[in-house]
Write a protein of this length. Structure first.
Length: 296
């Protein structure tokens, strides 16, 4: 069977048996930068996924080892490098990488989900609750996702008013929404800081992208619990004693803020009414916080 000669030198010159081995022995920080895992944690994860990604050798060629499959997948998630670039680095065929990366992502999610992924998310039962009264109020309001200007205003998704000519009440809404949105921004910022595939255009089928996202979320939770020092406090936004905003270090990466976002569309009347209800609530005695007037 014909194959490119340089691919046959994978064991002698490929990145996994050479560069990755050297980093693991001589430069553990370099290994961690390369794969996002310390060598011992990589081995622990490898032991978990090996039964799911192990393949048999054939009479024609040796299979790609579980270690190579896992390392290539982690490198793809960590950098967003193209499969072609990874093919040259690891000396594995591009079409082969395209086949086993989704399988490895699926295996990662499967072995980590039970312990490191919230049950409601893993079972897809985290449904948005039905509308309910706002705290200390009888106003029935839908639960909402918070978003920025790039997203369309929906009854279930709230975004700021256009920034020109805002009233005091609208500026209060803007502050309260922005404050709530920091939770989302930090979650995505930390995820992207570790798994930079989300800064690229992912040219894969939607079903495969879903597996990729689930794998990254499971890996994120795994690393937080097993290697908590990776998520040091300065990485995350903080709120000072006067409720002032202290940005986390992830915001210093300009590429994070340049991630592609959907275009906004015209909102419905119901969506506008929900935003107006929340605006009135945040400016009322029931919904105001005492420091908000100093932040606009």
């Amino acid at each position: 069977m014909w194959t490119r000669q340089w691919l046959q030198r994978r064991q002698s010159q490929g990145a996994y048996p050479n560069l990755c081995h050297e980093l693991g022995v001589e430069d553990q920080q370099g290994f961690q930068n390369f794969s996002r895992f310390a060598p011992d944690q990589f081995q622990k994860l490898l032991e978990m996924v090996t039964p799911l990604i192990q393949r048999q050798n054939t009479n024609f060629r040796d299979c790609i080892s579980p270690g190579e499959r896992l390392m290539v997948t982690l490198r793809f998630l960590a950098t967003g490098e193209s499969f072609q670039s990874l093919s040259y680095m690891f000396r594995i065929g591009c079409s082969t990488i395209r086949k086993f990366v989704p399988d490895t992502c699926r295996a990662i999610h499967r072995v980590l989900a039970e312990k490191y992924f919230k049950e409601s998310l893993g079972k897809k039962t985290a449904n948005i609750p039905r509308p309910a009264p706002l705290p200390r109020s009888d106003r029935m309001t839908p639960f909402c996702i918070v978003a920025d200007e790039a997203f369309p205003l929906k009854p279930y998704l709230q975004k700021p008013y256009a920034r020109r000519g805002l009233t005091t009440e609208q500026r209060i809404f803007y502050y309260r929404l922005s404050r709530a949105r920091r939770v989302v921004e930090n979650a995505f910022g930390i995820l992207v800081n570790r798994w930079r595939v989300f800064l690229t255009t992912i040219n894969l089928e939607p079903a495969i992208v879903e597996e990729l996202v689930l794998a990254c979320c499971a890996l994120h939770n795994y690393l937080r619990e097993e290697c908590g020092e990776l998520y040091h406090v300065p990485l995350i936004d903080r709120e000072g004693p006067d409720h002032g905003f202290e940005p986390g270090t992830w915001r210093q990466d300009p590429s994070v803020s340049q991630a592609a976002l959907p275009s906004s569309t015209n909102p419905t009347q119901q969506a506008k009414q929900t935003r107006e209800t929340l605006t009135q609530y945040f400016n009322s005695e029931a919904g105001a916080v005492h420091w908000q007037w100093d932040k606009i």
